[in-house]
Design a protein around this ligand. Structure first.
Ligand code: MRU
Length: 372
């Protein structure tokens, strides 16, 4: 891993090719470049990864996060591993490919886009290796090139999906008023314009006068550190609130809609998203505020029928004990489920790039998944 740039130094190093400030990931000739989201908003630092194992570590350690961006990072991780592999035969490359996929699959358990990307690459590798079976070195070179192209295609598809989600979702937003979100489902979390924040961006671009209410999202503070920063970069009006203010604002704060992202959506519409989302959904229902989920089709997991089957990532207690690096609690036990599951009955609609699903979700999601 190479630290490539910091602040104005970044522009000097990357020149015209410099990453947009809210561009979290890019495939380059030197390797996979990631914006280090752990350091935001204080520092804008990029790292270049040339080894898939280090990239996997970066996903686990939250250098990059957000389900769709994790999917793009996994795709690039597989491509990087295969591109840099020293394998001389198809058998050697296949053995290494299995290891690469296993390593990446062990990083974040809840974000299903990770597994979606790995499965896509397993299918592609299978197709390519059949075609390359008797071609020796030339066949291996073709596999390497094709997988790099596939990773770039995944990234491009994410961008296009975000734009379509944004366009469809904007129609559901108020012409004027407050919209609440949770965590960060923005450009930082997808590599495009974002899902939930893509909806808000498109609405604002269409002339809607929206102010975003941003809960801080303890313990990792994705709301305070990332969403507030991202919206501020784009001059979208926002008010930062602490998580315990959510009920108060849904009751008295003139909130016209809630829009959040998702890490995994079960066949019945139950949705895993950042811890705290479930509480917001229940409070939204209590106060008759529509609650929307915005997510690409790759976040649907139709292999599971309900949210009870979604694995919930448990993160370190230390992230609960500390705030901005300062210990805030005595030596007691802390809990840190990183996600919760919002039952489908609290979700007004699920906005995907293929259309807006409404209850009953068993039918509407299955229809969108089948329609390519
Ligand atoms: O732990 P994180 O930061 O990866 O969690 C991110 C979220 O929960 C997002 O809301 C979700 O992945 C959707 S991102 C478009």
């Amino acid at each position: 891993m190479v630290r490539v740039a910091f602040g104005s130094e970044r522009r000097a190093i990357h020149g015209e090719e410099s990453l947009h400030t809210v561009e979290p990931i890019r495939w380059t000739a030197e390797g996979v470049v990631l914006l280090d989201q752990r350091r935001l908003p204080g520092e804008v630092i990029y790292h270049t990864y040339t080894d898939y194992r280090e990239l996997a570590r970066a996903i686990k350690d939250m250098v990059i996060r957000g389900a769709p961006a994790i999917g793009v990072a996994a795709a690039m991780g597989v491509a990087l591993g295969v591109q840099r592999s020293k394998a001389k035969t198809l058998e050697e490359l296949r053995a290494e490919f299995v290891l690469i996929c296993e390593t990446l699959a062990k990083t974040r358990p809840t974000a299903v886009d990770l597994f979606w990307a790995i499965k896509r690459f397993q299918r592609r590798f299978q197709e390519l290796s059949l075609a390359a079976a008797n071609d020796g070195g030339a066949g291996l070179a073709r596999i390497r090139t094709a997988l790099v192209e596939e990773a770039q295609k995944v990234h491009q598809e994410r961008r296009e999906a975000d734009e379509r989600i944004g366009r469809l979702g904007a129609e559901l937003m108020p012409r004027s008023g407050r919209v609440m979100t949770q965590c960060n489902a923005g450009a930082l979390a997808t590599g495009g314009i974002g899902t939930a924040l893509g909806v808000i961006r498109m609405a604002v671009e269409g002339g809607y006068r929206i102010e975003v209410l941003v809960p801080e999202t303890r313990p990792y503070l994705q709301g305070a550190r990332l969403t507030a920063w991202e919206l501020h970069q784009d001059h979208i009006p926002l008010t930062l609130i602490t998580d315990n203010m959510v009920g108060h604002f849904l009751k008295t704060g003139g909130v016209a809609a809630v829009v959040v992202g998702a890490d995994r959506i079960a066949g019945n519409g139950d949705t895993a998203n950042k811890i705290g989302t479930y509480g917001i959904a229940v409070l939204a229902r209590e106060n008759k505020v529509p609650f929307y989920v915005a997510a690409p089709i790759s976040t649907l997991d139709l292999s599971i029928s309900s949210g009870e089957q979604i694995p919930i990532e448990e993160r370190s207690e230390e992230e609960v004990h500390h705030l901005a690096g300062v210990r805030i609690s005595p030596q007691v036990r802390a809990a840190h489920p990183a996600f919760d599951v919002t039952p489908a009955r609290f979700i007004t609609a699920i906005i995907t790039e293929r259309g807006v699903a409404r209850p009953p979700y068993e039918e509407s999601l299955a229809a969108l998944a089948a329609h390519s």
